[in-house]
Design a protein around this ligand. Sequence first.
Ligand code: GLC
Ligand code: CA
Length: 546
Amino acid sequence: MEKKWWHNAVVYQIYPRSFMDSNGDGIGDINGIISKLDYLQQLGINLIWLSPVYRSPMDDNGYDISDYEDIAAEFGTMAQMETLIAQAKQRDIHILMDLVVNHTSDEHPWFIEALKSKDNPYRDFYIWRKPAADGGPPNDFRSYFGGSGWALDEASGEYYLHQFSKRQPDLNWDNPRVHDEVHAMMNRWLAKGIGGFRMDVIDLIGKEVDKQIMANGKNLHLLIRQMNRATFGKGDYVTVGEAWSATPEDALLYSGAEREELSMVFQFDHIKQFWDEHAGKWCSKPFELASFKAVIEKWQTALAHQGWNSLFWSNHDLPRAVSKFGDEGAFRVPSAKMLATALHCLKGTPYIYQGEEIGMTNVRFETIDDYRDIESLNLYHVRLAEGVSHDEMMLGIHANGRDNARTPMHWDDSPNAGFTTVKPWIAVNPNYREINVAAALAEPDSILWHYQKMVALRKQYPVLVYGDFQPVLRDHPQVFAWVRSLDGERLLVLNNFTAEHLTLDIPPEMQNWHGECLISNYAPRDQLAVRLELQPYESFALLIGR
Ligand code: GLC
Ligand code: CA
C-alpha cells in the first residue's frame, strides 16, 4: 500500500455553532475556533473537519448553503476564515471544508433563478417533475426529514426534489453545468490553502430520480472521478466521502488507490446496527457487542490491503460516543478511555468529535421546545401524527437525536460552560460543571490526556497505522480484542466492553505474551499469563516483545 501523510493523521471535527463563541451572541464562530487552536495543537490532531461555515439561512444549521464562497455572518468573515486556515497551518493543522453539493439552500442564487421561469438557464440546476395525475407529488419518495421529498412550486405548477428539508433542493448532477460550477468553486477553496474536503452525502449525487434510486446511482463513481480529475486530484489533498449506503465493496471503489476517487469513506454500519429496521434511529436497539465486533471486523478485513477506513464513534449527527458505546454513569471515565484506545488502535484514520476527548455525554431535554435540530423537530411531529406517543418519541430523541452532539462544548465550569457569556443558541448540558476542558487539563489522569497520549502513539508506532488486523478471543461475548502486526512487531489491543469485573481465561497460545504496555486505563499490564482479572471497561495495548 502506498503510504500517504494522512494515514497516521488524526482528524478533529468541529461543529462551529457549538464550539466557541467569541463575541457574545450565543453562537460559536470562527474567531472562537482560532482562540482554541493551541488547545487542538496540544491534543496533537493534524486535520480539522469543519462543519459548514458558509452563508446559509441555517434551516439545517449550515448544511443548506446559499453561497459557497462567502461565510455566514454569524460565524464571521472570509478574512477570518483565511486567518483560521493560516493560523492552523502554522500549527501543522489542515482544514477539511465540508462540501455540501447534493443540494443547496432554497436561497442560493441558482435556485432563486430557477424559480423565475421554466426556461431560466438555472432551471436545470435542480430536479423538476410534473405533478401526478391527481395533482400530488410525482411519486411517493420521502424526505429524510419527514414528509414528501417533493415540494410544489406554485408558479410553474411543477415539483422539485428535496431529499432533506424542502429548503434544501437537490442539485441536478445530470447537468454538466452543475459540475463546472461546483468544480470551479472547489478549486477556489483549494487555492485558499485548505487540506481537502469532507463530502456531505456524496453517495446521493448519482441519483436516478425516476427509478427512485437515490444512493449509489449509476453515474456516482464517474462523477467522483471527474471531480477528482478537475479539482483535488491535482494535489496532495484528503477527501472523505460521507456514504451511509456504502458496503465494503463500495468502499473499495471509492478509496482504492488506482481508482482515483477519494481518500476514504465515512460509513455507518456500526451505527445502523443498533437502529430498528422500520423506525430507524427513533427506536434504538440496545448495544450488543457480538454484532459490533462482527461489523468492525468485516470492515477491517475488507479494507486490509486496498482502500482505507475512517474510524469514528460519533459526529454531529450521532449520539455521544460514551453514551452509546460506553457508560455515561459510574464508568464514564474508564469507558471513554477504552473507546479512545479501541478507536485509535484500529486500522484507518481516526476522527474525534468535539467534546468526545473530555467524555461529553448525551443530553436529555424534557420538552421538545428545547431541541433545535430540524430532523428531531420534524420527525417528532410526523411520528406523533402517526400515533407514536410523546414519551416514546422522546426516548428516541434522547437515544439518537442529533442535538446530543450539538450542545455547546464545555470549556470550564463557569456559567454556560465558558462557551458564551449569554444564553446559547441551544442549552448546555447541565453536567458541564464536572465535565469540562479546564478540569480535564488539570487532572493528569483525565480522558483528555488519554486521548492526547493515544494520538501521540499513532505518530510513534507504525504498527498502529499499518499493522495488519487480526481478531483474537473472537467469540468472547464481553471482550473485544485484536492483534495488529507489522514487520515482526505485534500489538495486542484488549478491551472489556462491559461494566463487569471479568475473569478472562487466556488461550494457551497467548499465555506467554508479555512486553511493553503502551496505554491502559487502569494499572498497566505487561503480561497475560493464564488468567486476567479485568476491571470494568478495562482496556490496554501491549506491544509484545520478541
Ligand atoms: C449529512 C450531514 C447532516 C445533514 C445532511 C444534509 O448527513 O452530516 O448533518 O443534515 O447531510 O445535508
Ligand atoms: Ca458568536
